[in-house]
Design a protein around this ligand. Structure first.
Ligand code: AMP
Ligand code: FE
Ligand code: FE
Ligand code: ZN
Length: 286
């Protein structure tokens, strides 16, 4: 009997804030012994084609994205991430929304740099933009500039309250999460709530919101993730069972921007098959 498939449904490339190119990401996924990997860059599908072209034999690619969302049910609104899998990247409404968020991210990142510079912190916007290499710019790229300047020792420290976690944190222009679920579904995709109970990242949403999202078309919850404690993972599983949602597990690999490895958390084959069956874009096989 062959071993069960190893399926990692959440990974970033240089198309957003990962450090491996899409081609290197799929090669690394094969080297890590994965059978299936999803490319889920923040707010973009720009890495999809290069990942497909480089797909090693035996590896299956799930094309997706991680959409920057917000829940406006409380004040101030809570930011959250929605994974969209196997949607049509040319569906105009979703594509337009992703383009809008990407543009807003650039404005926001430049403003953060201006705030830092106003306090005498010598970081350069052109250098940070170049560091993003044409990919979607995010705080990890600013964190790299702080590391280069010798102001912090690690990305984790850069995300502390003295820096990008609080003092120099500016909100993004995110999508209302109900709208994002509807947009992903309308584009033929499968929406899964990424790390929904990751309290160590910041404020989390109540279960009541997840109940409402399930009624609005949410397909699943990411349970196994490094930012979830064992108690949080169990809670997410229980909630998914109650609501009839599928459950995923993933590394949320970011290359050297984080310490987690590809395949550190994986998804059950049955949940993966359900996602594939529900999506409009076929998986790609190398
Ligand atoms: P942004 O999308 O610009 O708000 O930046 C958020 C991104 O930064 C996340 O997608 C992670 O990749 C990364 N990130 C968030 N919190 C941390 C942290 N505490 N340590 C390291 N990276 C983080
Ligand atoms: Fe990220
Ligand atoms: Fe995320
Ligand atoms: Zn992610």
């Amino acid at each position: 009997m062959s071993a069960p498939a190893r399926i990692d449904l959440h990974a970033h490339s240089t198309a957003s804030d990962g450090t491996l190119s899409p081609a290197d990401l799929v090669r690394a996924a094969a080297d890590a012994g994965l059978d299936v990997v999803a490319i889920t860059d923040h707010d973009t599908t720009a890495g999809w084609d290069a990942a497909v072209r480089a797909l090693p034999p035996g590896l299956t690619l799930v094309r997706g994205a991680e959409i920057s969302c917000r829940w406006y049910g409380v004040e101030p609104a809570i930011p959250l991430h929605l994974l969209g899998y196997l949607f049509d990247p040319d569906e105009p409404a979703l594509a337009a929304e992703l383009a809008r968020i990407r543009a807003a991210r650039e404005v926001r990142a430049e403003r953060i740099v201006e705030l830092l510079r106003a306090d005498g912190v010598e970081v350069s916007w052109p250098e940070i933009l170049a560091g993003a290499g044409g990919g979607v710019v995010g705080r990890p790229h600013i964190a790299q500039a702080l590391i280069r300047a010798g102001l912090v020792a690690s990305t984790t420290e850069a995300f502390g309250p003295r820096w990008l976690g609080e003092r120099y944190r500016l909100p993004k222009e995110d999508v209302d999460v109900f709208r994002a679920v509807a947009l992903v579904r309308a584009a033929g995709g499968v929406p899964v709530f990424a790390h929904p109970k990751a309290s160590r990242r910041g404020r989390i949403v109540p279960d009541e919101l997840i109940v409402d999202l399930a009624a609005a078309g949410l397909a699943g919850l990411e349970a196994d993730h490094e930012d979830h404690s064992p108690v949080e993972r169990a809670h997410v599983r229980r909630l998914a069972a109650e609501l009839g949602l599928l459950v995923t597990g993933s590394s949320d690999f970011h290359g050297t921007h984080k310490t987690v490895h590809l395949g550190a958390f994986t998804t059950d084959p049955a949940a993966y098959e359900a996602i594939v069956a529900a999506g409009v874009t076929p998986v790609a096989s190398g």
